[in-house]
Design a protein around this ligand. Structure first.
Ligand SMILES: CC(C)(COP(=O)(O)OP(=O)(O)OC[C@H]1O[C@@H](n2cnc3c(N)ncnc32)[C@H](O)[C@@H]1OP(=O)(O)O)[C@@H](O)C(=O)NCCC(=O)NCCS
Length: 172
């Protein structure tokens, strides 16, 4: 599968809405994405496209020295092919380019697919927000990378980059 990574744009929002509905128990409305893309100066959103079709998207908020992953989602038909990995690596590049020292995120403890991805990218659990998700009453796990400019972090990303590059070239 030939993947391309570039900025998410307003014209993508109908597809974003579809993927959101398939990906999250409480999807963000399109209006939230409009505000993110048009008004939130701290936000950066990226897309992965396969043959021109939007197959995943992700965002990050650049808050001085901390970059916080706001969302990441892949069309269920395209999961398990390295799209989520590409998106997360893209966000970490943006975080570093934006001057962030570390990246953080919140995740549901039951979201094992996402936690495995974050774990491979060097995120570690550092705490919990109790009953953070109103829809299920679940806690949020707070995960953070070590310093983004550290050798250890470069190693995590290099392993992922090699794995996702090799696999996507081999896949049809
Ligand atoms: C979490 C999520 C973004 C991961 O996306 P993804 O595209 O499936 O991620 P990847 O394909 O990079 O990695 C998933 C698995 O596929 C494997 N993989 C990656 N590239 C592969 C390839 N080319 N061929 C085969 N397997 C591959 C990975 O090793 C990984 O394996 P594991 O789950 O056994 O550890 C996706 O499951 C999703 O959208 N979930 C719903 C939304 C969500 O929960 N977002 C997170 C909120 S905090």
């Amino acid at each position: 599968m030939k993947m391309q990574i570039d900025p998410l744009v307003i014209a993508d929002l109908p597809e974003v809405e579809r993927i959101e509905a398939l990906s999250f128990p409480t999807p963000w409305p399109v209006s939230a994405y409009e505000a993110e893309l048009l008004e939130n100066q701290l936000a950066r959103y990226i897309a992965v496209r396969a043959d021109g079709e939007l197959v995943g998207f992700a965002g990050i908020w650049l808050m001085v020295d901390e970059a916080h992953v706001s969302t990441i989602a892949v069309d269920p038909r395209f999961r398990g092919r390295g799209v989520g990995t590409r998106l997360l690596l893209g966000l970490l590049d943006l975080a570093r380019a934006g001057g962030a020292a570390v990246a953080t995120l919140d995740v549901r403890p039951t979201n094992h697919d996402a936690i495995r991805l974050y774990d491979r990218a060097g995120f570690k659990e550092v705490g919990r927000r109790v009953r953070y998700y109103e829809d299920t009453g679940e806690d949020a796990l707070i995960m953070t990378t070590g310093p983004l400019d550290a050798k250890q972090q470069a190693e995590y990303e290099s392993i992922l980059r090699n794995a996702s590059g090799e696999q996507s070239e081999g896949a049809q």
